[in-house]
Design a protein around this ligand. Structure first.
Ligand SMILES: Nc1nc2c(ncn2[C@@H]2O[C@H](COP(=O)(O)OP(=O)(O)OP(=O)(O)O)[C@@H](O)[C@H]2O)c(=O)[nH]1
Ligand SMILES: [Mg+2]
Length: 249
C-alpha cells in the first residue's frame, strides 16, 4: 500500500499499525514530501523497526498525483504484483482492505467506493457530500464512464494494470489524478470493480484540499470530456470505456 503523506505526524503511526495488524502480509510504502511537521522522520522510525514498512522521501510538496507516480515506480521496481493507494488520515479503514483484496480476483483495478450500494461516508457535512456526488456526476456525464466514485483514493491495481496505462504520460498532479487513472484503465480495455467502503472523515490533522486542486480537476475533466466529444464528432475511435464491471461486494 502506497501512503502519500504531507503533515500527517498525528496519523501516520496509527494508520500503519492498523494496516499491519489487519493485513500482516501487506507492505507499506510511505511517500513523504518533506513534511514540515516531521512526518518523514516518524516514517523512518517505523521503517527501522518493521522491515515491511518503507519510506520514499521527496524534496518538495508536488501534489498527490506526483507522490503516487513516484510510489508506483518504486513498487513496480521492487517487483510487487499488487499495488494500492490509501490516505494516511484514517478515512480509508485498513480493516476494510479485505473487501478490496476480495474484489481483485476478477478485476484489474478495485476502487473502495462511497457511492455504490453499501458504501457510506461518516461525519461529512452535506456541502462536502454534495461536492463529491456532484463532482462524480460531472465525471460520469462528461467522460461517459459508469464508475460511481471515480475520485476515490482507496484502490488496488494489478501490476499489469499500472504497466498498461502509460504512467509516463500522466500530467495530473492533484486529486484529479484519481479520475485520470480510472479513465486510462478503462481506455486500456481493463476491468474496474467498485466495492463499498465506509469512508470516515479525518479526525486529526488538516485537509490538503485546496482551491487550486479543485480548479485543476474541473479544467482537466472538462478538457477530456470536450476532446472526447470532438473525437466522436470527427468519427475517430472513442476513448470511452470498452469494458467495465459495476458490481459491489
Ligand atoms: N506526499 C504528498 N501527500 C499528499 C499531498 N497532498 C495530500 N497528500 C496526502 O494525501 C492524502 C489525502 O489528502 P487529504 O488532505 O486527506 O485529502 P482529502 O481526503 O481530500 O481531504 P479531507 O477529507 O479533508 O481529509 C493524505 O494522506 C495526505 O497527507 C502532497 O502534495 N504530497
Ligand atoms: Mg482525507
Amino acid at each position: 500500500m502506497v501512503i502519500p503523506t504531507y503533515d500527517e505526524a498525528a496519523n501516520l503511526a496509527w494508520i500503519i499499525e492498523r494496516v499491519r495488524t489487519a493485513q500482516p502480509h501487506v507492505d507499506v510504502l510511505v511517500v513523504d514530501d518533506d513534511s514540515p511537521d516531521g512526518t518523514g522522520a516518524i516514517a523512518d522510525g517505523i521503517a527501522q523497526a518493521d522491515p515491511h514498512v518503507h519510506v520514499l522521501h521527496r524534496t518538495a510538496k508536488e501534489g498527490l498525483g506526483a507522490a503516487y507516480l513516484a510510489g508506483f515506480a518504486w513498487a513496480l521496481d521492487a517487483g510487487y504484483d499488487v499495488i494500492g493507494e490509501m490516505d494516511a488520515d484514517g478515512s480509508h479503514q485498513p480493516e476494510q482492505l479485505q473487501r478490496l483484496l476480495a474484489g481483485l480476483h476478477d478485476a484489474d483495478l478495485v476502487i473502495g467506493s462511497r457511492w455504490v450500494p453499501g458504501g457510506s461516508v461518516v461525519n461529512w457535512p452535506w456541502q462536502r457530500e454534495l461536492l463529491s456526488r456532484g463532482g462524480n456526476l460531472y465525471v460520469r456525464l462528461l467522460l461517459g464512464i459508469g464508475v460511481r466514485d471515480a475520485t476515490a483514493g482507496y484502490r488496488l491495481f494489478r501490476r499489469s494494470t499500472l504497466e498498461a496505462i502509460r504512467l509516463d504520460q500522466v500530467r495530473s498532479t492533484g486529486y484529479v489524478f484519481q479520475t485520470d487513472l480510472v479513465t486510462r484503465t478503462l481506455q486500456a480495455g481493463l476491468t474496474v470493480r467498485e466495492v463499498p467502503i465506509e469512508f470516515v472523515e479525518r479526525v486529526r490533522g488538516e485537509s490538503k484540499m485546496s482551491g487550486q486542486v479543485a480548479v485543476e480537476s474541473l479544467k482537466r475533466i472538462t478538457w477530456w470530456g470536450l476532446r472526447q466529444r470532438w473525437n466522436q464528432v470527427k468519427g475517430q475511435p472513442q476513448v470511452a470505456p470498452t469494458r467495465e464491471l459495476q458490481s459491489s461486494r
